[in-house]
Design a protein around this ligand. Structure first.
Ligand SMILES: [Zn+2]
Length: 545
């Protein structure tokens, strides 16, 4: 079985096949039944929640040739339906806006959209990742949306609607897709397993549903992975844990208990055991959060022990705040977070380490630990991830040797606050790198297209510092570098172009933080200090003095 066979085979073909999204399904079915069809739709929501599947179903529903099929809108047998099902329709045009984000591409779409559909009533354009369009491209698209040809329908799909131009949003009928409920995912996986004659335990399916975090596409892909890598006749939860790199629930319970009771040695031991067993550190982190959250919710609803509940909430807060996207060493990052959580004692506030950056005159970095007790538990549970947390291995060693951690981090940050070299984004050399990688496609995206989203780049001390305008592009970029030779080729090209010794590392800045500031050097020095093991607790802009 090839990758994504299950996902393609089980792709919903009718509105009734769609998993979850009941409200969206009903609204669309009613509208189409009454022939109220909009010319532009916006489907926004997390990945794997059915946006592009719904777009294809919508395209079939408005173009299906079979009439009088009672309460169904789609026959799945006529020419138009089968063309779409086999991805051969000339009237359903699916475009990845991440790779086709410029004004020329949108103008070309606009010109072509003027031609009549080849076989259908409507020509349907699906623009996936629509938030990636440039401002000029968005403006060009807006003109088309303002006066669309009568036979054209645009469906814009996005995971980040807030990054789209408000003028575009106002032209679209908007549908917000929600993460799919675990039970719905469970039922779908059970149905697939039955039909595919896969012998798998209920608890194994439940575990897959849990770790998929509301993405049916991920769930189907995990199930497929489990089927492919299993030699036994029967798949149980232990095999799922091994295959997907998840620690079994007893280990998670033990780890949680050792954190809550402040047993640092055992905490580290358990994390290291999991790593030796090839457990994915992200899955371990995720499972720990799920488990701690469940315990906290149970305690909060059944116990009056407020100190214990608050203690759990604070531990959970530290773990939730761990952000692997800024981390150089995931194991160390989890170890440090777990140690910090273990050091919290009931009825006592742990004061996290802080960073002082000398060269950041307009900012102060203060810890907010003293405010924590005033936070309600709900606030703590709902706390957003902080912008940056980057511990490193040296710091961990220092913590093991019981030196004064706080003082150590300050010293390291202070010694190394020189600003990295200038922003090279505008240089011809950087543009030549973008051009060179413009046509090199990773698994899903062109590397050059992603690099174009960088707002700052600098090279210092054999490290490349990158700052993307959008977090999702940064994640995509990191993902693409994991495949094949792309990372090696990129490093080689940059080293050669800028005539430096071979780069050893790529360090990512936090894009949202960057947007809050106009001072590049401050961002870069903060970024660099973080790379040495600092931690930003909170940023504050001071008045000029
Ligand atoms: Zn049909």
């Amino acid at each position: 079985m090839n990758n994504y066979v299950l996902y393609r085979k089980w792709r919903p073909k009718s509105f009734s096949d769609l998993v979850g999204q009941t409200a969206i399904r009903k609204t669309l079915v009613n509208a189409i039944s009454q022939n109220r069809i909009a010319h532009a739709y916006l489907f926004s929501g997390p990945r794997g929640t059915g946006k592009t599947s719904t777009a294809r179903i919508l395209a079939k529903a408005i173009n299906c040739k079979t009439e009088n099929i009672e309460d169904r809108l789609i026959c799945n047998t006529c020419e138009n339906c089968t063309d779409i099902n086999s991805s051969n329709s000339l009237d359903l045009i699916e475009i990845d806006a991440a790779s086709n984000r410029g004004i020329d591409e949108i103008r070309s779409i606009r010109d072509k959209s003027n031609y009549s559909p080849s076989k259908s009533l409507y020509k349907v354009y699906v623009l996936d990742e629509a938030h990636m369009l440039t401002k000029d491209a968005s403006n060009a698209l807006l003109k088309t949306l303002e006066e669309p040809p009568p036979h054209v329908i645009f469906i814009l799909a996005t995971t980040e609607a807030d990054k789209m131009e408000p003028t575009i949003l106002s032209r679209c009928q908007r549908f917000d897709f929600k993460k799919i409920d675990n039970n719905d995912i469970f039922q779908r996986l059970e149905q697939i397993a039955n039909d595919e004659k896969v012998n798998i335990s209920e608890s194994a399916i439940k575990r897959i549903a849990e770790i998929s975090e509301g993405s049916l596409r991920d769930a189907e892909s995990f199930l497929e992975q489990a089927i492919l890598s299993n030699d036994e006749e029967y798949i149980d939860i232990n095999q799922i844990n091994t295959i997907l790199g998840i620690t079994d629930s007893k280990q998670i319970e033990l780890l949680q208990e050792s954190i809550l009771t402040g047993n640092i040695n055992q905490t580290i031991q358990l994390i290291n055991n999991s790593v030796s067993n090839n457990t994915s550190i992200k899955q371990l982190h995720n499972s720990l959060i799920i488990s701690l959250r469940e315990t906290l919710i149970t305690q909060a609803s059944t116990s009056n022990d407020k100190e214990r509940i608050l203690h759990m909430a604070k531990c959970l807060k530290i773990l939730v705040n761990l952000d692997f996207s800024k981390s150089l060493n995931h194991t160390s990052s989890l170890e440090i977070a777990a140690i910090e959580a273990s050091m919290l004692k009931e009825n006592e506030d742990y004061i996290p380490s802080k960073v002082i950056i000398n060269e950041a005159p307009i900012k102060t970095l203060e810890n907010t630990a003293n405010q924590t007790p005033e936070n309600s538990i709900e606030e703590i549970i709902e706390t957003e991830k902080p912008n940056i947390v980057v511990p490193n291995e040296n710091i961990l060693k220092d913590m093991h040797s019981e030196t004064d951690n706080q003082e150590k981090i300050e010293t390291i940050a202070e010694q190394n606050t020189e600003v990295p070299n200038e922003n090279i984004i505008k240089s011809d050399s950087w543009q030549s790198i973008i051009e060179k990688f413009a046509k090199i496609k990773g698994e899903r995206f062109a590397i050059g297209a992603l690099l174009r989203d960088c707002r700052e780049a600098s090279i210092d001390n054999e490290k490349l510092y990158l700052s993307f305008a959008s977090n999702s592009n940064q994640e995509r970029f990191i993902g693409e570098l994991e495949h094949g030779r792309i990372k090696l080729d990129l490093i080689e090209s940059i080293s050669k172009t800028f005539q430096i010794s071979t780069l050893k590392e790529i360090v990512y800045n936090d894009s949202e933080k960057k947007n809050n500031s106009n001072n590049n050097s401050v961002n870069l020095s903060v970024m660099k200090a973080l790379n040495w093991g600092g931690q930003i607790i909170e940023e504050e802009v001071q008045n000029d003095e």
